[in-house]
Design a protein around this ligand. Structure first.
Ligand code: ARG
Length: 283
């Protein structure tokens, strides 16, 4: 029997990622419990950390596209929140916080120039922050940002079953801070699709839903989650993950994934990590 460290059959699939350089990144307002204007961001360090992430994507064979940062939009670096893209179709965003609302139009311009129409949601919706495709479903968070009404709009737009999940802990205000998909499953993966998540970020009913859908899921500890370990990006084999999430890193390695640690600690001060900085453009 092969040991788990052989990486049994985990296959990477090349991805296309959209990112936004953190030229104007700062903590200028507080819209989640991580943000405090009293804790300064080291801008140069943030830029170096972000570049390390982009370089890691490139080194592992992924294409990276850049949307131009805009002065006065310090959270625009969190590209995941701007849209959900599936099959080349773009479901845009409508931000909860007024400070972030102008970001939607900036990303919309980028998508239009790249040849995509953009659907503008009628209800509050923060893109891949709360909408996570996994196992032929769209897992959809609510409780702090994206509304239940947006889940219905997403399902209607993509025609993909959309499963609402109730977030209950303000530290995990976006679904992508509490859960991430590990692999596609089926032909591209090595079995059924799987995810990793932190159970206590969810209501009791939503935890049951996740147990039913993903009985083999990798469960993270609170320390892993507080280290932004669930704000990770997996290509099916490599998992770009916060180095502080030590337990989760060990578990993933044991499951045959290859953790690629990338430290985005400056972005944690804004409540963001690796996934938040990464929008996946799925064709
Ligand atoms: N400061 C940003 C906010 O609170 C961080 C967004 C993090 N993005 C994410 N996909 N979780 O909106």
């Amino acid at each position: 029997m092969p040991t788990s460290h052989d990486g049994p059959g985990r296959k990477a699939r090349p991805r296309r990622y959209l990112v936004c350089e953190p030229r104007y990144f700062a903590v200028q307002y507080a819209i989640n419990p991580w943000m405090s204007q009293d804790v300064p961001v080291d801008a140069a360090r943030a830029r170096r950390q972000w570049q390390t992430l982009v370089d890691a994507y490139g080194a592992h064979g992924h294409a990276v596209e850049n949307v131009k940062p805009v002065a006065g939009l310090p959270d625009m670096v969190f590209a995941a929140n701007a849209a959900l893209v599936l099959g080349g179709r773009v479901f845009g965003s409508s931000f909860h916080a007024p400070q972030r609302r102008p970001e939607s139009a900036e990303y919309e311009t980028w998508f239009k120039e790249a040849g995509h129409d953009v659907y503008r949601p009628e209800s509050l919706c923060e893109g891949e922050g709360d909408l996570v495709p996994a196992g032929g479903l769209i897992l959809a968070g609510t409780g702090f940002r994206t509304s239940r009404a947006a889940h219905a709009e997403v399902q209607e737009f993509f025609g993909v079953p959309t499963v609402g999940l109730q977030l209950v802990d303000p530290y995990f205000y976006h679904l992508d801070t509490a859960l991430f998909p590990l692999d596609d499953g089926g032909a591209a993966g090595s079995g059924p699709a799987n995810i990793a998540y932190y159970p206590d970020a969810f209501s009791a009913g939503s935890r049951e839903v996740l147990e039913r859908l993903f009985p083999r899921a990798v469960l993270a500890t609170r320390d892993d989650a507080m280290a932004f370990g669930l704000n990770s990006v997996s290509d099916g084999r490599h998992v770009f993950i916060a180095p502080q999430a030590t337990h989760l890193i060990d578990q993933l390695a044991h499951e045959g994934y290859v953790p690629v640690p990338v430290d985005l600690s400056e972005f944690h001060k804004a409540g963001g990590g690796i996934k938040c900085c990464t929008q996946e453009i799925r064709s």
